[in-house]
Every structure is written in structure tokens, then in C-alpha cells.
Design a protein around this ligand. Sequence first.
Ligand code: MN
Length: 195
Amino acid sequence: MIKMIDLPYALTDLEPYYSEETLKLHYEVLYKGYVDNTNKTHEKLILARNNNDFSNIKCLEKNLSFFGSGAILHKLFFENLTPAHKDIPNLTLMQQIIHDFGSYAKFKNQFTAASISVEASGWCLLVWVPEFNRLEILQCEKHQDLTLWGCKPLLVLDMWEHSYYLQYKTNRESYINAIWNIINWEVVSNRFKNK
Ligand code: MN
């Protein structure tokens, strides 16, 4: 069974950049749904194996990828936010960003542009790609489409409407500009260190 993480801050702590109302619904309802549905899918897969009945297997495998990826990405998302203004990558990650994107500003511009143009519901991610030995920025649709195999997510930004609509309506750019203030670069830098 997978479990929800505890939020590493209070529901009001990310104000004014990320409202209590949005965070509460996002964490207590939406994230919980992905964790619960991942566990339900695991239970159904056990039943299918025990009964040797794989008539629904295509749907179960699809749900495993969708709900499981949703659970993983939300955990990473809540963890990589902070009220504490840890707002630049550590030296090692900064050097890698400059090496792979040209400069921190170019990275930030690409990440912002990629976030704004995520099609429908999805995510923007800074990832480490071991096969390429470099950082990349990925746009993800839903929770699982458009990845590179084996990549390690370092920084993830939720671009589903539920993540910004209550506070920012259709203005994705103001949402992203606000989020830059509450990125936990310490967490992101540690993910890179432990890649
Ligand atoms: Mn979400």
C-alpha cells in the first residue's frame, strides 16, 4: 500500500503565492484520490492474478500508470514547494543547469514557456536523464504521457487547472511567476545530488 506524505508546511504557509483554498483541495481531495485509486488498482491486480482473470487487464494497467503517476507527481510537487524562500539551486545543480541550458535565465525561460504551453491537463518537469547524462525539461500530458524512460524528476509543476484555477483563473503565466517564489531549491538540489 502506498501512503500520502504529510505536507511539510501548513495549509496557509504558501500564501499569497498559493492560496490555502487551492492547497487544501489539492492535497486533501485530489492527491488523496490518486493515492487511494493507486491502492485500489493494486488490489484489483491481486484479484486478477489470484482468479487468473485478466479480462480487464488493459484498463487496470492504464489505471496503474495514470493514478500511480498522479500519486508520485503530487508527492514530488508538494515536497518541492516551500514558504522559506530557498530560491536558488545549490552550486552543483546551478553549474549543471548552466552547462545544459546555457544559463539559469535560459533554463527559467524555457521552463516557463513549456509550462504555459502544456496541452490540456499535465505537468512541466525538470528531469535528469541518465541515458543522455544531462538535464532536460519535459512537458507531460495527464500524469504519464510524454516522458523519457529512466528520467528522474527533480522539479515538477502541476499544470492541471485544479492547481491554479481558483486563484489565477486562466492566467497560467501569473501562476508560474508566483510559483517561482516558493520553489524549494534545497529539495530539488538534493534530488539532483541523489540522482
Ligand atoms: Mn494536481
